[in-house]
Design a protein around this ligand. Structure first.
Ligand code: SF4
Length: 183
């Protein structure tokens, strides 16, 4: 069986492949308060109510449940899935655009829920900061190809791979910058 990845690694990898290396260090050795800076803390708070099951107690709404997609070997958490309407929502503190990483993270949740027998009809990103929703279309063939190709690249990625082009704008927003030799 292929190595198990987390769904957030899709977003991390597309943001910057090096972040996979640093996220591994943090996950293995540090308390969240050590490395979570302001944007990440607010992002965590956006998830807190959901993780604690406070977002909704309606029976037809799944909140903060862990899921595993066997087909792709992906582990992750569903923010909000309304079983009756089939609407899957990923809440983030601030969304300004539907970046590929966000999109693939939702695809991963979609595939896990579908495998479990749920019918996902719509997907969206919710930005808590300004209360906006962004629709993400259900994946079609070319999206699935991109999703699978990204998983393959993550599984083949090594911290020893050459990395020559850090993006200063991303580094300025990256939680791993204090540790990263490329920042
Ligand atoms: S600081 Fe820059 S190069 Fe380093 S992981 Fe973050 S985005 Fe990538």
């Amino acid at each position: 069986m292929e190595s198990v990845l987390t769904m957030t690694q899709l977003n991390d990898f597309l943001f910057c492949p090096r972040s996979l290396y640093y996220s591994g260090i943090y996950r293995n050795g540090s308390a969240p308060e050590f490395y979570h800076q302001t944007p990440q803390i607010t992002g965590s708070l956006a998830h807190e109510a959901i993780d604690e099951g406070r977002y909704s107690d309606r029976r037809q709404v799944l909140c903060g449940i862990m899921v595993f997609c066997e087909k792709y070997g992906l582990l992750g958490r569903i923010d909000v899935f309304d079983v009756a309407s089939g609407i899957l929502t990923e809440r983030k503190y601030s969304v300004s655009a539907v970046y590929d990483g966000f999109r693939l993270q939702l695809y991963a949740q979609y595939f896990a829920l579908t495998e479990m027998g749920f019918s996902v009809k719509k997907m969206r990103l919710h930005s808590r900061k300004d209360n906006k929703n962004y629709t993400v279309d259900l994946p079609v063939s070319r999206d699935i190809d991109f999703f699978e190709e990204t998983l393959r690249r993550i599984r083949e990625w090594s911290a020893e791979d050459p990395f020559e082009n850090p993006n200063p704008q991303k580094c300025a927003k990256c939680i791993y910058a204090p540790l990263c030799e490329y920042a």
